[in-house]
Ligand binder design. Structure first.
Ligand SMILES: [Zn+2]
Length: 250
């Protein structure tokens, strides 16, 4: 057993006993981990007010060598998630981020880039009035960082490149990429057509690192197309619709 330190975001809380909880963190240095926080339910407990969903904490924990839960020994609150009180979507957006992180990440598989994006996303949800673009950027970063971003280079069936712009493409969710108009006819896979402008944005997102997301500017049509693709891609990875997505007006 060894003692470890890291910064971490609380993504799930569950009762463990009358006074203790199991806290699931998405940590910067270790990825996802679950630890028992003894006494966390007591008002004057050892962790004070740090144990709160979506709070960012500095934590110290004892890592179990075999299977079993880690033990939380310290948690210092760095930042609490304060959703915008006038906008319920800000709160639901935070829950959605927690749900996706819990589902898409593996225990002890660190991803500091994704951790930083998650913390920035929570800040944006509290500060910015438009949760839609904030969450779309997060979802794209999540798909990319976890290796689930679909391929937007060209048709997966015949290989015709998307860049040439001489044919139309749909999104082929089960294969994680594009299918051209001709192949859709052969495979009986009719898909809504994606506008070339949307396709260009998607290609840029998959070829560059995080920079392209910062200045993401989308028309209403492009937003709707990207939303459809991203929702389908996430649903495909989860094997079901996200629980929070039905509450979010995306
Ligand atoms: Zn094709």
């Amino acid at each position: 057993m060894s003692s470890e330190k890291t910064e971490a975001l609380i993504i799930r809380l569950a009762d463990w006993s009358e006074s203790s909880r199991v806290v699931t963190f998405f940590s910067r240095d270790f990825g996802k981990l679950s630890a028992v926080a003894k006494g966390a339910k007591r008002i004057k407990g050892p962790f004070e007010a740090a144990i709160d969903l979506l709070a960012v904490c500095r934590i110290v924990f004892i890592r179990k060598s075999s299977s079993g839960l880690d033990i939380l020994t310290e948690a210092k609150l760095q930042q609490r998630f304060k959703p915008n009180g006038r906008n319920l979507m800000s709160l639901y957006g935070g829950y959605y981020v927690a749900e996706l992180l819990a589902s898409f990440t593996e225990e002890y598989d660190p991803n500091p880039e994704l951790y930083d994006v998650a913390v920035l996303t929570l800040n944006s949800l509290t500060e910015e009035p438009d949760h839609k673009i904030t969450l779309l950027k997060f979802e794209l970063a999540l798909l990319r960082e976890t290796g689930h971003l679909p391929l937007f280079d060209g048709c997966l069936a015949c290989g015709i490149p998307a860049e040439a712009g001489n044919t139309r493409f749909g999104f082929w969710v089960s294969q994680g990429g594009l299918i051209c108009h001709e192949c859709q006819k052969k495979e009986f896979q009719p898909q809504p057509e994606i506008q070339p402008g949307t396709l260009a944005v998607l290609r840029r997102l998959s070829s560059e690192n995080g920079g392209a997301l910062k200045n993401l500017q989308l028309s209403d049509q492009q937003y709707l197309e990207m939303r459809r693709i991203v929702t389908a891609a996430i649903r495909h990875v989860l094997g079901r619709p996200s629980k929070m997505s039905r509450y979010l007006q995306l």
